[in-house]
Design a protein around this ligand. Structure first.
Ligand SMILES: [Zn+2]
Length: 268
């Protein structure tokens, strides 16, 4: 018998998540994210001023649930039913491979735009000694070390080889989580919030995710623009303007979900 609190959980496989049902030979993607300069481990950029990152969200093993990052990659994963999502990021030494998700579920994001999908993984592995993309090419016969923007499509065979490279190292995902927490506490100490630009004090969790999956109320049906030259956004609920590099799913002022849109009249 399922406990009551369990039934109300928004953690997959519960509602609103749907199985991706990846075919046996589904390929995948290599996705680039911003990592934190203040961290030894290449965790997402938690402390980046005015542009805090929530993805890849290792706390929930999701991507796109809390951010509007990489909409093309997210819709690509859903359309191709890709099982593997690899992650790479720029460090001093160049781009490096840091880990992967095994994607199993998807659902619609806050913005009911066809491309605002959330992805959830059944497993993940992130490594302590990231592998340069030059070495990934050398070991796996791939072509990922030449610069590309945002994401790169991978064949099933390429995915299998890159996964083996990551599996050869111990799983350091717990260390990544501790590092994310340390950086968040740095933000909390110096800016009063774990995520300053969003006025978010909570850690990311399935409890925190409820508002994004249940209380969302965006009525936007048109294509969502997730960046604007002015980095300014306006909330349709509270009328406040918000400064942030990327479009936020939640208004930092009133907490409205999917209520922000580009503020076009800045400077006029
Ligand atoms: Zn608002």
């Amino acid at each position: 018998m399922v406990a009551k609190h369990k039934a109300r959980s928004v953690e997959p496989p519960n509602d609103p998540w749907m199985e991706l049902n990846s075919p046996e030979d589904a390929g995948g993607y290599l996705s680039i994210y911003y990592s934190d300069d203040m961290s030894r481990l290449p965790v997402r950029a938690v402390t980046k001023p005015g542009d805090n990152k929530s993805d890849p969200n290792l706390e929930t093993l999701t991507y796109g649930l809390f951010s509007t990052c990489s909409p093309r990659m997210r819709s690509g994963v859903v359309n191709r039913r890709s099982e593997y999502l690899f992650f790479a990021t720029s460090r001093k030494e160049g781009r490096v491979l840091t880990g992967y998700y095994h994607i199993r579920w998807f659902t619609n994001g806050v913005f009911e735009d066809a491309r605002d999908y959330c992805l959830a993984a059944s497993a993940a592995r992130f490594i302590e000694k990231p592998v340069s993309l030059t070495n990934v090419d050398r070991y796996c016969g791939t072509n990922v070390s030449k610069w590309f923007r945002g994401m790169r499509l991978l064949s099933f065979d390429e995915c299998r080889k890159i996964a083996m490279l990551i599996d050869a190292q111990p799983d350091a995902t717990t260390d990544y989580l501790e590092e994310i927490d340390r950086l968040e506490r740095f933000n909390l100490k110096h800016g009063g919030y774990r995520y300053i630009a969003w006025k978010q004090k909570d850690k990311f969790s399935w409890e925190h995710a409820k508002q994004y999956l249940i209380e969302k109320k965006s009525t936007t049906k048109s294509k969502v623009i997730n960046s604007t030259p002015s980095d300014s956004w306006k909330c349709s609920d509270c009328g406040h303007s918000v400064m942030n590099k990327a479009l936020l799913k939640r208004c930092p002022n009133c907490g409205g979900l999917g209520t922000l849109s580009p503020l076009l009249d800045v400077g006029t």
